[in-house]
Structures are given as structure tokens and as C-alpha cells.
Design a protein around this ligand. Structure first.
Ligand SMILES: Cc1cc2nc3c(=O)[nH]c(=O)nc-3n(C[C@H](O)[C@H](O)[C@H](O)COP(=O)(O)OP(=O)(O)OC[C@H]3O[C@@H](n4cnc5c(N)ncnc54)[C@H](O)[C@@H]3O)c2cc1C
Length: 491
């Protein structure tokens, strides 16, 4: 294969220009730069060519031309992924951006069905649903930038998975361009179909390694009519899950969000200028609950009071604050959403996106804390996350006044220590954001080898030439786990 030239005279660039038009095949360094940036700055893209097809036929043509010219393909939608999944690993890898595919093909409010192209931003889809008096519940802090193709390729989670599930649970069908350039399409919007393997679920969460998602059939729900947000101060971690479960039971399953925050994590958020003060200081743990319902007869205040009463009587609730207005509710949410940026202000960080059975969280946290403080007693844990789903961001900030580089250099040691505890609890080391490049080696070390081998076989069946996003995700983790030590990353 000829190396991709920096000039526009490269035969693949020329062929793509002839098919897509010159304006949407980019090679100039300044124009491709945004596609080469990566959220964490750890995996800057090495590509030299970005193709921006306008429709499914053009996506198929792009994949076919890349295959014919010996180039590999990495799909990009909003480029907000945090595990290096959308970054091209070398100069002969073409970025296929879905950003021009922004059509809503149809919306049927009675069917609760929205068919949208992969490049629609999540926020645009939420707005389209609301305009039709329907609700698309997927919600992430990145929703103005991330696009539904990327949300599905990563099986995105977010703030209300507890009630509505991951992106997978909101998807009825997909349209996908395969590695051989054919299109598999099932946008029929069927709620029931047992006529074979579930191909849709194979592509959801496959991180661009099995096919390029070009459109999706999505489920719409009735919009919530009322919501309540409360901050609870807890004297201990142990009662947190029981509180969530009681609130679910008392409210008719209306708990849409249950965010656990350690006092240290909440304190990190306070480093930002626009974060309100913690209204209930002095507790080691906090739980932010959001209840919302489409039921016009539901009384969420009553449900919350019924849920909190037994906890208070048992001494499991130090204090509680129910937001009296929408603005107050937003202020309480800000305490949680400020944490990631607040943590950045605290210097270098080492992050773990883990899950265990929700019932194991209270036992997992002290064991994982013991493991990291044994490595460095001055490390500053910043623990928060979706307690009802058993998904925690078990993050660590560098010791105060220590050199950031020295802390960062120990990332592998901290990862292994935390993930060994995750393994003991039968959990996952890549719970929400996927595998990409960042988690590949730890997934190779920690995941079930039989499962990884099956994934490798699926990858080989659908993409025998390893054309789509090679070296990323779980199938590449299999290759990494099978490779002899020191043999380097899989291609
Ligand atoms: C501030 C912030 C908050 C976030 N919060 C959350 C959160 O709460 N929950 C969560 O799950 N994630 C979160 N994320 C991570 C990220 O937003 C999600 O992973 C999102 O789903 C990625 O969508 P994207 O369009 O940006 O995908 P990209 O970053 O473009 O791509 C992500 C992966 O999907 C592949 N891909 C992209 N498009 C396609 C396609 N059309 N077909 C096939 N493969 C494709 C890429 O190759 C890559 O491997 C957050 C990120 C930020 C910056």
C-alpha cells in the first residue's frame, strides 16, 4: 500500500474527491486538526485524510474505496468519546466523519418512533422529540456535541440509565454500512421480532469495529409532567442503595437519577466559580435523587417523604434538601455536574470507570480505597457515579503539591490495583465509556477470555480484513491478551 501523501495527489484522496466532491475530502493540516484532537489528549489522531460523506451511499462508497486502496477506516460522529476510540492510529487510517448526515428521516409520535441519521446531535434529537410532545431520554453532559451514531457505537449511558436504560434500550433498529461496502438495514421500528440473532445489538457498543452506523430507529416515550430533585446527606455509604430502592418503590419507579458523591468529590466541584455552595456540609457521602413521572396523578413529594422517613428513623439520613423550584433543582444538579471540571483544577488525575453489582458498591469502595492508599497515602480519591446502576467513577487526584508527571507515570500501577478489586467483585473495568485504546490492555487482562475470544471471532466474521477501527475495542483486547508479552499493540 502506498503511504498516504500529505499532498492532495494521493490516489485515495483523488478517488474520494471524485465520489464525494472536493469540499468534503480534507487533507490540509489546519482543516483536519479538529478530527485529530482527542478529549483526554492521550491519543492524538495520526491521520492525514478526513472524508465527510453526505448519505449512506457515500458512506458505502468511502468504505469500498478505502478497502480498495488498502487504507483502514475510523468512524467519527461527535468526537466526544473519552477512550481514544475515534482517533486514527496512523497516517493510512481515514477518518470517516458522519457529521453531514443530520437528517431526521421520520418521526411518528403515536408509534413512538424517530428515525434519524447518525450525524444528528443528541440535543437535536431531544428537541425534535419534545416538539412532537414526546421524550427521548438519553442525556449526557456532552449532548450538544455528541451524535447519535457515536452514542450507539458506544452504547452511551448518562444520567438517567437507572430509569430508561442505556442507548441500547432506546433503539429499535439500525442501518449499518458493512466492511465489504454492503448496507444492512432494519429501520422497520418493530417492537417484537424473534426471527433470528439480534444483529442490532451486535453493532450497538461495537465502537466502530464491526460496521459504520448510518441511521437508527429510536424509541420515544411520553414526556415527564413533573419532577423533584433532592440532595441527601448520608452519615455512611451503606444505606445509599437501600434509599434508592425505597424511593423507586414508593414513587412507582419514578427515580430517573441517583448520583452518589463522596464529600471529597463534591468539594472538587466547589473549585469552579459557578458552583453553588454545598447546602448540607459535614457529611462523608451525598446522594442526589431526581424523580420524574409522566403520571399526572403521581405525588412525588409524598413519595420522597415516604422513602426518607424510615432512613431518618434508622439514623441513615443526616439531612435532606428538596429543591423548591426548578432553578433550585438545577443548582443541586450543578453540585454533581461540576465535579469532572473541578477535578481538573486539582491537578493530574487517574480515572476508573468501573461497575460492580449495585449491592456490592458499599463493600467495593473501602477495599478499593485501601488498595490505592497502600500505594500512596496522600492520593486524593474523587468518587462519584450512578449508584443505582453500580457504576462508579472511582477517580484519583494527585497528592497536593506533588509533581503531576510523577503521579501520571504511576497510572498503570493504580489501574491494576483498582481493577484487581473490581475483578474480585466480578465487575467491569470499562463500564460506561467503552474500551477504545485506553482500556484495551486492562480489558485484555481482566475480562473473561472466552468472551473475548468470541468477540474476536465475530470481528473476524464481519470484518475479515480488519478494515474498521483496527486495534481498538474488545476484539483488539483479545489480540492483546493472546500476544506474547512485549510484542506491542495489536494492529
Ligand atoms: C463532558 C462529557 C460528558 C460525557 N458524559 C458521558 C456519560 O454520561 N455517559 C457516557 O456514556 N459517555 C459520556 N461521555 C463520552 C461521550 O460523549 C460518549 O461516549 C458519546 O456517546 C460519544 O459520541 P460521539 O458522537 O462523540 O462519538 P465519537 O467520539 O465520534 O466516537 C466514539 C466511538 O464510536 C465510534 N463511532 C462514532 N460514530 C460511529 C458510527 N456512526 N458508526 C460506528 N462507529 C462510530 C468511533 O469510532 C469511536 O470508537 C461524555 C463525554 C464528555 C466530553
Amino acid at each position: 500500500m502506498p503511504a498516504m501523501s500529505k499532498t492532495s495527489a494521493h490516489p485515495l484522496a483523488e478517488a474520494l474527491r471524485a465520489r464525494l466532491g472536493a469540499a468534503d475530502v480534507l487533507t490540509e493540516p489546519a482543516r483536519i486538526a479538529p478530527y485529530m484532537t482527542e478529549q483526554r489528549g492521550q491519543f492524538p489522531g495520526q491521520g492525514r485524510l478526513v472524508a465527510r460523506p453526505a448519505d449512506t451511499d457515500e458512506v458505502a462508497a468511502t468504505v469500498t474505496l478505502c478497502r480498495q486502496h488498502g487504507a483502514t477506516v475510523v468512524a467519527q460522529s461527535g468526537n466526544t468519546g473519552t477512550v481514544g476510540g475515534g482517533s486514527p492510529r496512523h497516517g493510512d487510517e481515514v477518518v470517516l466523519s458522519l457529521e453531514r448526515m443530520q437528517r431526521i428521516r421520520s418521526l411518528d409520535a403515536d408509534d413512538g418512533l424517530l428515525i434519524a441519521e447518525a450525524g444528528c446531535t443528541l440535543a437535536d434529537l431531544q428537541e425534535a422529540a419534545a416538539a412532537a410532545q414526546r421524550f427521548f431520554p438519553l442525556s449526557l453532559a456532552s449532548e450538544a456535541q455528541c451524535r447519535i451514531g457515536g452514542n450507539l457505537a458506544t452504547n452511551a449511558g448518562g444520567l438517567n440509565v437507572l430509569r430508561y436504560g442505556n442507548a441500547r434500550n432506546l433503539t429499535l433498529g439500525l442501518e449499518v454500512v458493512l466492511a465489504d461496502g454492503r448496507v444492512w438495514s432494519d429501520l422497520r421500528g418493530l417492537r417484537k421480532d424473534n426471527s433470528g440473532y439480534d444483529l442490532r445489538d451486535l453493532f450497538i457498543g461495537s465502537e466502530g469495529t464491526l460496521g459504520i452506523i448510518t441511521a437508527a430507529a429510536l424509541r420515544l416515550l411520553p414526556p415527564p409532567r413533573s419532577r423533584r430533585v433532592a440532595l441527601l446527606a448520608l452519615p455512611r455509604l451503606e444505606p445509599a442503595l437501600a434509599l434508592v430502592r425505597t424511593a423507586q418503590a414508593e414513587s412507582g419507579d419514578a427515580v430517573v437519577g441517583a448520583e452518589l458523591m463522596s464529600a471529597e468529590a463534591l468539594g472538587m466541584g466547589q473549585r469552579l466559580d459557578d458552583t453553588p455552595e454545598n447546602p448540607l456540609p459535614g457529611s462523608p457521602w451525598y446522594l442526589l435523587l431526581e424523580l420524574a413521572t409522566a403520571d399526572p396523578r403521581a405525588d412525588l413529594d409524598e413519595a420522597l417523604a415516604a422513602a426518607l422517613e424510615p432512613a431518618e428513623a434508622a439514623g441513615d439520613l443526616a439531612d435532606a434538601l428538596l429543591a423548591p423550584t426548578e432553578a433550585a433543582a438545577e443548582r443541586l444538579w450543578r453540585l454533581r455536574t461540576a465535579i469532572p471540571d473541578g477535578q481538573k483544577r486539582a491537578g493530574a488525575s487517574i480515572k476508573h470507570d468501573i461497575s460492580v453489582r449495585p449491592g456490592y458498591i458499599a463493600a467495593f469502595v473501602p477495599e478499593a480505597l485501601a488498595a490505592v492508599t497502600e500505594l500512596d497515602p496522600a492520593v486524593r480519591p474523587c468518587i462519584f457515579g450512578h449508584v443505582g446502576d453500580g457504576n462508579l467513577h472511582f477517580n484519583l487526584s494527585q497528592p497536593e503539591h506533588a509533581p503531576p508527571e510523577a503521579f501520571q507515570a504511576r497510572a498503570g500501577t493504580f489501574h491494576r490495583a483498582v481493577h484487581d478489586v473490581v475483578r474480585r467483585f466480578g465487575g467491569s473495568v470499562a463500564a460506561e465509556h467503552g474500551v477504545g485504546q485506553l482500556k484495551r490492555d486492562e480489558v485484555a487482562r481482566c475480562a473473561d477470555p472466552v468472551g473475548l475470544e468470541l468477540m474476536h471471532r465475530i470481528k473476524h466474521a464481519l470484518d475479515p480484513e480488519n478494515l474498521l477501527n483496527p486495534g481498538k475495542g474488545a476484539a483488539a483486547a483479545h489480540a492483546a491478551s493472546a500476544a506474547p508479552p512485549g510484542s506491542g499493540a495489536p494492529s
